[in-house]
Ligand binder design. Structure first.
Ligand SMILES: NC(=O)c1ccc[n+]([C@@H]2O[C@H](COP(=O)([O-])OP(=O)(O)OC[C@H]3O[C@@H](n4cnc5c(N)ncnc54)[C@H](OP(=O)(O)O)[C@@H]3O)[C@@H](O)[C@H]2O)c1
Length: 312
């Protein structure tokens, strides 16, 4: 099968498309024909070992010293079950699934082998493969951090999303809207037009107004790009207000309930899969280069499989 293989830490060109063996399934696993994936901030961070100071050593120890041990990157996917192992009961061939591979990575390939217990569920009935692949990364991160801030327990919380136009930020706007929040989106003037179709009460343009001096009060401030500190935001937090950030040591844990929620919202027309650009697997280097800019709006999709057309 064809896969994008990361042969060393470094520039986008270290990712090479080549033939690798198709994975073999064990009794509790399923083989998925991958139709689409995304190239996200996590993929380019891993490829480029983009962390500061001593964290580089920690990352090398965890992920592989001179190159990623899991050399096929990609953590999100949509696809079709091709075969199931003898002990699999949750899925059958032909099921259309979307999900997250987590630390197994491996989604930037034509086939993916996962335990039937992996974080994946049936795709939203109204989603195409590209839209479905664009849902999990931002949504699971946004749901994790907003729930960690206690959004479910608050009535009409005032929520500020800092960095509202990235994959995580745009998801956070929609998850916060689901919880009935009064939403302030903080983004650049360049990216602001991309938010015109979302329910937002207030927009702060960070290149025109300094958000941390805006004098407003929030129940939750979610820094979805990891650029702020709690100290900078202290004056904006209401009593018992919570500051959460993607930039600290906390890591968003994924689960099926997060996928269920985003599927329900998407099927009800209350969630958009925002796709900035789509690339083919052969264009993987260009996809990494674009995500490296740190300026994408929502998601960058990787188109991998072709749907089989039956001739009757
Ligand atoms: N801790 C975790 O578990 C976890 C999980 C997922 C992601 N993350 C981290 O979360 C961060 C965001 O991920 P992502 O996938 O959403 O990234 P992304 O899609 O690449 O973010 C790009 C967006 O961020 C905006 N942006 C860049 N600099 C900004 C700034 N100073 N202020 C406000 N907005 C800014 C950009 O628009 P403008 O440049 O026009 O503003 C662009 O729309 C990454 O650092 C990622 O590593 C952490």
């Amino acid at each position: 099968m064809k896969a994008a293989v990361c042969e060393a830490y470094g520039k986008p060109e270290t990712v090479i498309v080549k033939q690798v063996p198709k994975p073999a399934i064990r009794p509790g696993e399923i083989l998925i024909k991958v139709m689409a994936s995304t190239v996200n901030s996590g993929d380019v961070r891993m490829r480029g070992l983009k962390v500061n100071g001593w964290m580089k050593l920690v990352m090398r120890l965890i992920l592989g010293f001179s190159k990623p041990r899991k050399s096929i990157l990609g953590v999100t996917f949509s696809g079709v079950v091709e075969r199931v192992g003898a002990k699999v009961s949750r899925f059958k061939p032909g099921d259309k699934l979307f999900g997250l591979t987590g630390f197994r990575f491996g989604a930037h390939a034509e086939y993916l082998c996962l335990s039937e217990r992996a974080t994946m569920i049936e795709m939203p009935a109204n989603a195409g493969f590209e839209a479905a692949a664009a849902l999990p990364f931002g949504a699971h991160t946004a749901i994790h951090f907003l729930q960690a801030a206690g959004i479910e327990k608050l009535n009409r919380p005032r929520v500020a999303i800092y960095g509202a136009t990235g994959s995580v930020g745009i998801a956070a706007l929609q998850v916060a809207a689901h919880y009935g929040a009064i939403i302030t989106a903080v983004c650049s003037s360049r990216a602001a037009p991309s938010l015109s179709t979302f329910t937002i009460d207030n927009i702060v343009l960070y290149d025109k107004t300094e958000f941390t001096r805006s004098g407003q009060q929030y129940d939750i401030i979610f820094d979805a790009v990891g650029k702020l500190s709690k100290k900078e935001c202290r004056s904006l937090l209401a009593p018992h207000g919570k500051f959460v950030t993607v930039g600290g040591m906390a890591v968003a844990r994924e689960n099926k309930e997060q996928l269920d929620l985003v599927r329900q919202l998407f099927e009800a027309g209350n969630y958009q899969a925002v796709i900035d650009k789509a690339f083919s697997l052969d264009e993987i280097v260009a996809a990494h280069e674009y995500v490296d800019t740190g300026r994408k709006i929502g998601n960058v999709v990787l188109k991998i499989g072709q749907e089989e057309v039956s001739s009757l």
